[in-house]
Design a protein. Structure first.
Lengths: 231, 390
């Protein structure tokens, strides 16, 4: 198979503005990957499938990864103006502006994202894997990525699973429903910040405190937000 | 109407299920096959819409056995997930062990000693034989041959499970492989016992084929049913015996040469009618090829260590990075995708389940067939729900 750099330049030559980035993998497996821009990903995927040298006709594995917001504490040296009282030449004290360097800890939040990872092989040429990735803008309201179901049918159920467990919305997917969890389930269990519901099985009787905790977990049906919770 | 008459057309430029127009008065019946239908081999449901006896729509429904294996594994250490992989496809725990060990070995850059490689091949091929025998047995059972062929298969499977029990302490939940080798060494007595069992396998295969291959009812029920064309099979990510029954020459043992599979002489049987009967035949032929591999491996197995001396069991922390490792499991391509962040647990742990992905194409194969054939087509896919739902 071509090297990753060759594939990257081939995609960029075939699709202007595709913007492909190589993500290196420091592990001994050396399976480096290509990061695609979601807006051009479908064209790039079609190119990879149909290119006579690559013929990546078999999409083996599709999966999601959650990268939550990272809080990074950095120590920064800051110059500050401070007022110091110094003794003047004639014996009186004079206020003087002095510049001093102080070390400060600043917290910076690196925004998180959801990622979908694809492992491509070629059945015709018997080579692979080529690893592709796509990233959403954030983890809350802009979680759309283009679907690959139209290019490789094997993405159909696997994208549904990612939608179910991670909450990535695959735009254009013909049947985007939850795959493993039930309809009406609210959360996405594979996310790193998912909170498991309480387990009541060990409680001999329902105490007030437990009932209160239980109510906090109960899903409110749409349109009933203001209504009194069910007893 | 027979499914081979349906054009697997590419509508709107992609492979989507064909549309079946109802005939007659157009009255449709919706039934739920499962989750407790005996032919689903577990808790799995198919929402089927019927026009008379013809299938017009079929939607598989999953999740009855879902326990979020991947999330549990992310909270456990690398080794702690090894016994849990046994529970994925509980017929083939040793193949699951190997796939997971292979992925972790790729991630951590570990080597496996020669003797351990041979033990892995021997146990994985024994697993394949008992899986294929019982898959065929279940398929015939679904057809209505109650018991007899399945018991023929189970008689042989029991001998192989006894070997597993002697070696690992457990018949089905073997938990045998480790990163960089295997848990315990095989004894020469075990190898002799295995040679004896393997020597009896060709006779079993002949007997099984005499019983089934030329059977008139089997041929009438399965030939031309559930046709899956090669191009569609590749696009749908179908792997394993199902892909090869569709005439596509793709066996990961031959493609990746993982382990030491480049040393063995074996053939990859291919189907040419792409139907349920081909899937049945491919499994029997692969069973014979596995016997060939076993004979070679049992002859050549060298003495030596079974664990990489540099392998760490305690405090195992691979360097940050990711790896995807896959093997040819009896049901298809079983892959594990791992991301390490340098800690003792995997940051991301993903199982690529062949049973689930082979079901992607179930609707296409069933449309236009009689409802009784749905049972056979599902049986020929060979699923285990522990792996489908994870």
């Amino acid at each position: 198979m071509k090297t990753l750099e060759e594939i990257k330049s081939a995609i960029e030559a075939a699709i202007p503005g595709a913007g492909v980035e190589i993500i290196s993998n420091p592990s001994p497996s050396a399976q480096h990957s290509l990061l695609l821009t979601p807006s051009h990903a479908a064209d790039a995927a079609k190119f990879l499938r149909d290119d006579p040298e690559l013929v990546l006709d078999f999409l083996s594995n599709v999966t999601g990864v959650d990268w939550p917001d990272k809080e990074i504490a950095e120590k920064v040296k800051v110059k500050r103006q401070i007022t110091k009282t110094v003794e003047g030449p004639d014996g009186t004290s004079v206020a003087q502006q002095v510049e001093e360097e102080v070390e400060e800890t600043r917290k910076r939040v690196e925004p998180g994202y959801l990622e979908s990872v694809y492992h491509l092989y070629s059945v015709a040429k018997k080579h692979g894997p080529l690893v592709l990735r796509m990233r959403t803008v954030n983890r809350t309201d802009r979680v759309e990525l283009p679907t690959f179901t139209f290019i490789w049918r094997s993405a159909e159920f696997q994208e549904r699973e990612i939608f179910d467990l991670y909450g990535i919305i695959f735009t254009g997917h013909p049947d985007l429903r939850r795959l493993l969890m039930w309809e009406g389930f609210k959360d996405h269990p594979m996310r790193k910040d998912y909170v498991e519901p309480d387990d009541f099985e060990y409680e001999p009787t329902a105490h007030d405190e437990i009932l209160k905790r239980h109510k906090a977990h109960q899903a409110v049906a749409p349109g009933q937000e203001g209504a009194a919770p069910a007893q | 109407m027979n499914s081979s008459a349906i054009e697997f057309e590419k509508r709107d430029g992609w492979n989507r299920p064909p549309v079946i127009t109802p005939e007659g008065d157009g009255e449709l019946l919706e039934i739920a096959m499962g989750p407790h239908h005996p032919s689903t081999h577990g808790v799995f449901r198919m929402d089927v819409t019927l026009d008379g006896e013809r299938v017009v729509h079929l939607k598989p429904v999953f999740g009855y056995l879902h326990r979020n294996h991947e999330k549990i594994a992310e909270g456990a250490s690398y080794l702690a997930s090894m016994p849990y992989t046994d529970r994925l496809d509980y017929f083939c725990s040793l193949s699951n062990n190997w796939a997971y060990a292979l992925a972790v070995e790729k991630l951590a850059g570990q080597e496996v000693p020669e003797r351990a490689q041979y033990i892995r091949v021997i146990t994985a091929e024994l697993t394949r034989i008992q899986n294929h025998a019982s898959a065929v047995g279940f398929l015939i059972q679904d057809m209505g041959a109650s018991g007899t062929p399945l018991m023929y298969a189970f008689k042989e499977r029991e001998k192989i499970l006894d070997l597993f029990e002697q070696l690992t302490g457990s018949r089905m939940m073997c938990n045998y492989m480790r990163f960089g080798g295997c848990r315990v060494d095989v004894s020469s007595a075990w190898l002799d016992q295995t040679r004896k069992v393997v020597a009896g396998l060709p006779q079993f295969a002949d007997e099984f084929e005499t019983l089934l291959t030329g059977n008139e009812i089997l041929m009438a029920r399965t030939q031309g049913v559930g046709v899956l064309p090669p191009a569609l099979a590749v696009s749908a990510g179908v792997t394993g015996p199902m892909l090869r029954a569709s005439g596509v020459n793709y066996d990961i043992r031959k493609v990746d040469h993982y382990g030491i599979y480049d040393r063995f002489d074996f053939k990859v049987p291919l189907g040419d009618h792409w139907d349920v009967y081909d899937r049945f035949m491919i499994r029997l032929l692969e069973l014979r090829e596995s016997i060939k591999i076993l004979n070679q491996a049992l002859k050549d197995i060298p003495a030596g260590p079974i664990m990489d001396p540099k392998a760490r069991i305690r405090n195992f922390r691979p360097k940050p990075g990711e790896a995807y490792g896959r093997i040819e499991a009896p049901k298809g391509e079983l892959g594990f995708y791992l991301i390490s962040d340098g800690s003792a647990n995997p940051y991301r742990y993903r199982v690529r389940p062949p049973s689930l992905i082979n079901l992607t194409i179930l609707e296409d194969m069933c449309l236009g067939n009689n409802v009784a054939d749905v049972v056979l087509i599902l049986g020929s896919v060979d699923i285990v729900l522990g792996e489908v739902d994870r």
